[in-house]
Ligand binder design. Structure first.
Ligand code: G3P
Ligand code: MG
Length: 254
């Protein structure tokens, strides 16, 4: 079953950055815990300074690593992910910040490891590519991500999404079999349906604050799948499903 077939099921639950309320976000333990508690997992991808696809949400390292404790990195404020090499990123701990007394550590998660996990577990995944245009060309980002995916036989489990819509048209051109979703945070683009058609996306992901029933119905009638982030209230989740929303991203899994 492909991701597009998964979309035919009602009331999909997406584990936002893995299970980020119970485990450090975007780590292998967050992914492992999500299994069996969701329909798909969402992770965020960025590139290290030497072009390795790594899994991290913030564009700086301060919140989700121990970078501030490392004397050798003290001149590297504001600790931008894109300024650290893969080797440097590998030396940080990605778990301690989450736990009281820093009791458990986590290693850097890469796109490669996520794809291995997907292949092993046949788990559906939404790979969100962060907007990296300040540091990397669209070409580099798109070919790195597709290069990684093509070396694993997992495209049926993948949905690619991004706030940088330029990536999505490029993905569709080069890998038409992989579904894509446009992400939006503050405002719908003008002429929304026409715009999404021009991107050739399969789905549209937007912030719960932008939701209204008319727009959801228009999107669904036009054939787009709709996923909403971030929905942590079960009552609200049901309201959205009743409107016709396909799935929600949540921090809290049952
Ligand atoms: O992909 C849905 C959601 O993750 C988008 O927002 O900032 O949590 O990546 P963000
Ligand atoms: Mg995300």
């Amino acid at each position: 079953m492909s991701f597009l077939e998964l979309f035919k099921r009602p009331g999909l639950i997406g584990a936002h950055r893995g299970s980020r309320s119970s485990h450090p976000e975007n780590t292998l333990s967050a992914l492992r815990y999500s299994m069996g508690h969701c329909d798909f997992i969402e992770v965020d991808v960025q590139l290290s300074s030497d072009g390795v696809a790594v899994i991290m949400h913030d564009d700086t390292l301060e919140r989700t690593t121990n970078v501030k404790e490392k004397e050798i990195y003290k001149m590297r404020v504001p600790y931008r992910v894109s300024k650290f090499s893969y080797e440097e990123l590998s030396k940080l701990d990605y778990g301690g910040w989450f736990y009281q007394n820093h009791i458990r550590s986590e290693v850097l998660l890469t796109l490669k490891k996520v794809l291995e996990f997907i292949r092993e577990n046949k788990q559906y995944i939404n790979i969100e590519i962060k907007d990296l245009h300040d540091s990397f060309s669209d070409e580099q980002v798109v070919s790195t991500v597709l290069g990684e995916i093509s070396s694993f036989d997992v495209s049926e489990f993948i949905l690619l999404s991004s706030f940088r819509h330029e990536y999505l048209s490029m993905f569709k051109k080069r890998a038409p079999n992989i579904p894509t979703a446009a992400l939006v945070e503050d405002k719908h683009p003008d002429y929304l349906i026409k715009y999404l058609k021009s991107l050739k996306v399969d789905a549209y992901h937007f912030n719960d604050e932008l939701v209204d029933e008319k727009t959801v119905k228009e999107l669904r009638n036009a054939g787009f799948f709709v996923n909403i982030y971030t929905v942590n209230n079960p009552k609200r989740r049901q309201q959205l499903f009743d409107m016709g929303v396909n799935g929600v991203f949540t921090d809290y899994l049952e």
